[in-house]
Design a protein around this ligand. Structure first.
Ligand SMILES: Cc1cc2nc3c(=O)[nH]c(=O)nc-3n(C[C@H](O)[C@H](O)[C@H](O)COP(=O)(O)OP(=O)(O)OC[C@H]3O[C@@H](n4cnc5c(N)ncnc54)[C@H](O)[C@@H]3O)c2cc1C
Length: 240
């Protein structure tokens, strides 16, 4: 449900609902463009972080991912695995949309299959169909801010969701900030924001790169001015 190739998925450390590719990754094989030899890396060596890796930035000109090995977890009946399983399910349930979706077709205790179906249903409802629109996907990273900053923001946006990150830091949804500022469904010429997801920039397929970039800058400036939060880009911009 996240469009893209395996190589890009790894390079970008794609993720959703608190899960990231790195959680299931065992090794990565990449072609070194200088030596033309393949090298195998462990995830620890590749600078995995939120929506980023060395492959996406530091090593961008050096390596091309050609293979990746994943290991999925099997949750057998048993005390320790059950505990982990329930922790995982509880974690997923902190996402309001998912929680509401689950209630419509499943009963607790939810299975992994229930969660998967709920994620698919949610994404089909919220994200633009690639058949209908040109889209650059989710443009902005969810900002990671201090708890103090969060308390300040929550006064302006009551009920602003937050997800624990590192000590004294939380992740907040960029989409919610943009939504509050009225960006959802707003269009300027050939570029717009999807009317069901404020993070998704869509086009009528006529937009130039410059139009899209200007639109992105306007969104960033608006959030900075109103909330003093700098929206970082999830995408790499390649200038000509
Ligand atoms: C509707 C929609 C919803 C989305 N939802 C999510 C989401 O929920 N979560 C999320 O994380 N992303 C999401 N995305 C973003 C997108 O799906 C991912 O970024 C995906 O990785 C893009 O894949 P791509 O093949 O188009 O890669 P590209 O956009 O072509 O590349 C992405 C990055 O990876 C690098 N790269 C690509 N292939 C390789 C390779 N083989 N070796 C080394 N580097 C490589 C590129 O240089 C670039 O920096 C969404 C996008 C859309 C359109």
């Amino acid at each position: 449900m996240i469009p893209g190739t395996v190589g890009a998925g790894v390079a970008q450390n794609i993720g959703a609902y608190g899960q990231e590719v790195v959680n299931t990754l065992v090794s990565i094989e990449a072609l070194n463009r200088n030596t033309l030899k393949n090298q195998v890396f462990s995830p620890k060596e590749c600078g995995f972080r939120y929506r980023n890796t060395f492959f996406k930035n530091e090593w961008r000109e050096e390596y091309v991912i050609v293979a990746a090995t994943f290991r999925l977890k099997r949750y057998e009946k048993g005390e320790e695995s059950d505990r982990k399983y329930h922790k995982y399910i509880e974690g997923m349930k902190t996402y309001e949309g998912l929680k509401e979706e689950l209630k419509t077709f499943a009963k607790e205790p939810y299975s992994i299959k229930n969660i998967m179906d709920a994620v698919i249903k949610q994404r089909e409802k919220k994200l633009p169909s690639l058949k209908e629109y040109g889209t650059c996907g989710c443009i902005f990273e969810n900002p990671i801010i201090t708890k103090e900053k969060y308390d300040e923001l929550e006064k302006k946006i009551p009920g602003l969701p937050s997800y624990p990150f590192e000590e004294n830091m939380v992740k907040i949804p960029a989409g919610k900030l943009l939504d509050e500022l009225g960006w959802k469904g707003k269009w300027e010429g050939n570029v717009g924001v999807f009317d069901r997801h404020a993070l998704c920039i869509v086009t009528n397929r006529e937009a130039t790169g410059e139009e899209i970039l200007n639109f992105i800058k306007e969104m960033q400036e608006d959030v900075l001015q109103k909330y003093d939060v700098q929206l970082g880009l999830e995408i790499n911009i390649i200038k000509k």
